[in-house]
Ligand binder design. Structure first.
Ligand SMILES: Cc1cc2nc3c(=O)[nH]c(=O)nc-3n(C[C@H](O)[C@H](O)[C@H](O)COP(=O)(O)OP(=O)(O)OC[C@H]3O[C@@H](n4cnc5c(N)ncnc54)[C@H](O)[C@@H]3O)c2cc1C
Length: 441
């Protein structure tokens, strides 16, 4: 029997990563409350992929089977992406191999979130609680007071910012520099979820049901009038397609990137709208160099939404300040090209929960324990952040080895190795070792 904890954790944000953290902490016996801004837990109607690393972590937390059964129709598979050319007849470029123990899961986001919500004590979740500020308590300076938009407050010893890319808590951790870390990636993603019968009626001959597919594009050069003169635009595209909800829907993500602008050049305000509905014609024109089957799929998207993809860039110098820690997109939003962002947030949640749940962790050493979290998580996540950027370059015909079938294959070979086959339990041991070395444990 573990001794009860003498501290309480508040999680700001009940998205995929915040809720995973809540479940993991509760299972470690750590008192936790989740404060979510929205009136209910919810996710965009789209799919997401989780790699073997995230699946292993969900199993370690002891929540995987429940998530799978609550979320009903997730596809758990031993097949990874099949890469094809976007243009022409969509010739196969590379079949990404998986190892015998590698399971990859395609899941509807809302279903995944439901699976997590089933596992969180409802008395510990507070909805309609948008955190707008964090101060320290005058009576007990080591405690934080969370201030909510509705005028209410709550106290906690540790605050975890799981409040996504537009994070409020990032300001507490990164200080005045926080806005400079939020950058437009120059990638726009058109997203759509199409009923399979519509796809079947569209006359597509490429096999799109048995594998997740990624169609690799190449530069599309155009001319546009800038602020004062005509300019040449070089855009690159790729298209991702996989089934979700037991094969009933096809999830489509069509990415287009303006390569003329270096990443990080355009800084953004969280107040701007990042997702808008666009006319179907805009999407079709953008992908007009793609072959027939890809275009047929894109034509099936009704009311496509266009997302301006933002990232945390340049990377934060720390995910932690005092007893406040960031996780998930709040800490390290990355390009979606390795389908790894949420998986990294799930890993963050696991490491944090194991360290905070350690019997030696108590109110006297919380800051050191959070530093240990930062120590092991930042290098791991940064490697994947960089890998996501490199993967995007390859999918857009600008990989390191060039745009030949051989070059693209070289770039793709092993690109998920470091994401999927990382020993996260060893990272926790490294963090514990560090805490022993500095005399905390
Ligand atoms: C096109 C695209 C495709 C992607 N595909 C994949 C994929 O296949 N696999 C993968 O692993 N990742 C993928 N990702 C990345 C993944 O979506 C994110 O990494 C993940 O959703 C981040 O989860 P989060 O919980 O950190 O943030 P969010 O999901 O953004 O959740 C944040 C939560 O905090 C709440 N909140 C915000 N501010 C406050 C506040 N001030 N107070 C209280 N609550 C607040 C929000 O309402 C929200 O519920 C993709 C991303 C994109 C853009």
């Amino acid at each position: 029997m573990r001794p009860p904890k003498d501290f309480k954790v508040a999680i700001v944000g009940g998205g995929v990563c915040g809720l995973t953290c809540a479940v993991a902490l509760a299972r470690e016996g750590v008192p936790v409350e989740v404060f979510e801004a929205a009136p209910q837990f919810g996710e965009v109607g789209a799919g997401m992929g989780l790699g073997p690393n995230a699946i292993r972590v969900l199993r370690e937390i002891g929540v995987f089977d429940e998530v799978l059964s609550c979320s009903g129709e997730a596809c758990l598979d031993k097949k990874s992406f099949l890469f094809r050319y976007g243009a022409g007849e969509h010739e196969v470029i590379y079949d990404y191999p998986v190892q015998p123990d590698d399971f990859v899961m395609s899941i509807h986001r809302a279903a995944f979130l439901n699976g997590l919500v089933c596992n969180v004590d409802p008395t510990c979740t507070k909805l309609n609680k948008r955190c707008i500020d964090l101060t320290t308590s005058s009576e007990s300076p080591s405690r934080y007071i969370l201030h909510f938009q509705d005028g209410t407050t709550s106290e906690a010893d540790v605050v975890i910012g799981a409040d996504g890319i537009k994070s409020t808590i990032r300001r507490v951790v990164a200080g005045d520099a926080a806005p400079a870390h939020l950058s437009f990636s120059n990638v726009v993603a058109y997203r759509g979820l199409v009923p399979m019968e519509e796809i079947e009626n569209a006359g597509i001959t490429t096999d799109i049901t048995s594998r997740p597919l990624l169609f690799i594009g190449k530069d599309k050069v155009g001319i546009t009038y800038g602020q004062t003169a005509w300019m040449i635009l070089t855009k690159c595209q790729h298209l991702v397609a996989y089934t979700v909800l037991g094969g009933r829907m096809l999830n489509l993500v069509a990415c287009s990137r303006d390569r003329t602008i270096p990443i990080g050049t355009i800084k953004s305000s969280p107040d701007e709208p990042w997702a808008t509905s666009v006319p179907e014609q805009q999407l079709l024109e953008e992908f007009s160099t793609f072959g027939e089957d890809a275009m047929r799929m894109l034509k099936c998207i009704r009311n496509p939404s266009k997302w301006l993809i933002h990232v945390v860039y340049p990377p934060l110098e720390s995910y932690v300040r005092g007893r406040v820690a960031l996780l998930g997109d709040a800490a390290h939003a990355m390009l979606p090209h390795l389908s790894a962002g949420a998986g990294q947030g799930v890993e963050d949640a696991f490491v944090l929960a194991r360290l905070l749940g350690d019997p030696r962790t108590n109110t006297t050493n919380l800051e050191e324990v959070l530093c240990a979290y930062d120590l092991v998580r930042r290098p791991r996540v940064q490697k994947i952040w960089d890998g996501s950027l490199a993967a995007g370059n390859c999918y857009e015909g600008h990989g390191k080895h060039g745009f030949t079938t051989e070059g693209v294959r070289n770039d793709l070979t092993g690109q998920w190795d470091h994401v999927w086959h990382h020993d996260i339990v060893k990272d926790i041991q490294t963090a514990v070792e560090y805490l022993r070395e500095i005399g905390t444990f």
